[in-house]
Design a protein around this ligand. Structure first.
Ligand SMILES: Nc1nc2c(ncn2[C@@H]2O[C@H](COP(=O)(O)OP(=O)(O)O)[C@@H](O)[C@H]2O)c(=O)[nH]1
Ligand SMILES: [Mg+2]
Length: 299
């Protein structure tokens, strides 16, 4: 291996923004693999997710965060806001993710947090695939630039992986000169149990109606090598007895669909065959209970 370049740059870049602007989709596009789960529902991301991009001249440790949101009344939502705020404070650089042509009071709230942190910031203007003609973006970019002294405004589409390398290059140029923090090829600090649990939660969230997903947590209880495949027992925690039949579905059909979808996605992602056993368990009001949150890994 050659010696690191003397002007190699590295640091943490936090992806912050209101729920649903595409932070997790962007993290996955940046890293080139699915590390963070994505659904059309706000507040899908509950944890801090690290995704490392190593370039010839720089290493960027991206941190995907739960969306900062107003009206956080449950313990779970408060913990999610704390996680996002902590990542923002610890970052060398902040990437504020916004949705092209949209600006809401929740964006305003996140920007206020960012301004208070005093961190250097870049704005990633996401979902430009929806903007036709593209010239419509210009006044929006002008207004955004007037709201805060961003180092740069980068229009992109995380979904179509359009202009994502430009964001990397712009961030890299603004990181401190420092050696790499992670070995080349290391993409995340999250282990297999976490990634399996999250994939199950994604498939479940996609299946469920409006109300239930916020009361769902998934925990891998056993993971073992058996006959050349991974055998996984996972618990799906609901916070009320009444949600159990909703998750299981008539004759267990819904749970079967979730298991099948998660298994197929994980087969592709991990390049391994796996066998999934899912159980639905009740833990009353876990989302309001600080101890239960810690036990379920929500920091
Ligand atoms: N059209 C379009 N949709 C996107 C784009 N990026 C994300 N989305 C969608 O926006 C929704 C929320 O995405 P997600 O990454 O979970 O947002 P987060 O809550 O900020 O992490 C999902 O339905 C994504 O497919 C994009 O570039 N274009
Ligand atoms: Mg997310």
């Amino acid at each position: 291996m050659s010696a690191p370049a003397p002007d190699f740059r590295s640091g943490f870049a936090a992806l912050v923004g209101r729920p649903n602007v595409g932070k997790s989709t962007l993290l996955n596009a940046l890293v080139g693999t699915k590390l963070s789960i994505v659904t059309p529902r706000p507040q899908t991301t509950r944890h801090r997710i690290l995704g490392v991009v190593t370039l010839p001249q720089a290493q960027i440790a991206f941190v995907d965060t739960p969306g900062l949101h107003a009206r956080a009344s449950r313990a779970l939502n408060k913990a999610m806001n704390r996680t996002a705020a902590a990542a923002l404070e610890a970052a060398d650089l902040v990437v504020l993710v916004v949705e092209a042509l949209a600006w809401t009071s929740e964006d305003e709230l996140v920007l206020a947090r960012l301004a208070r942190s005093g961190r250097p910031a870049i704005a990633a203007v996401n979902k430009i695939d929806r903007v036709r003609p593209r010239a419509q973006l210009l006044p929006y970019l002008g207004e955004l630039g007037a709201r805060h002294p961003f180092l740069a405004l980068v229009p992109l589409s995380a979904l179509k992986a359009d202009n994502v390398p430009d964001l990397c290059a712009t961030i890299a140029a603004h990181l401190p000169v420092a050696p790499a923090m992670f070995p080349d090829g290391e993409l995340t600090d999250r282990g297999l149990n976490f990634r399996i649990a999250e994939m199950i939660r994604e498939k479940l969230t996609l299946e469920l109606n409006q109300e239930v997903p916020y009361g769902i947590a998934v925990e891998v209880e056993r993971l073992a090598e058996e006959d050349g495949q991974l055998s996984v027992d996972a618990a799906i925690w609901v916070d009320r007895e009444g949600q159990k039949p909703i998750v299981i579905g008539a004759r267990g059909e819904r749970l079967k669909r979730v298991g099948r979808a998660a298994r197929l996605a994980l087969n592709g992602l991990l390049g391994r065959r796996l066998h999934l056993n899912l159980w639905v368990k009740v833990r009353e009001n876990w989302a309001d209970n600080a101890r239960a949150l810690r036990e379920l890994g929500v920091e």
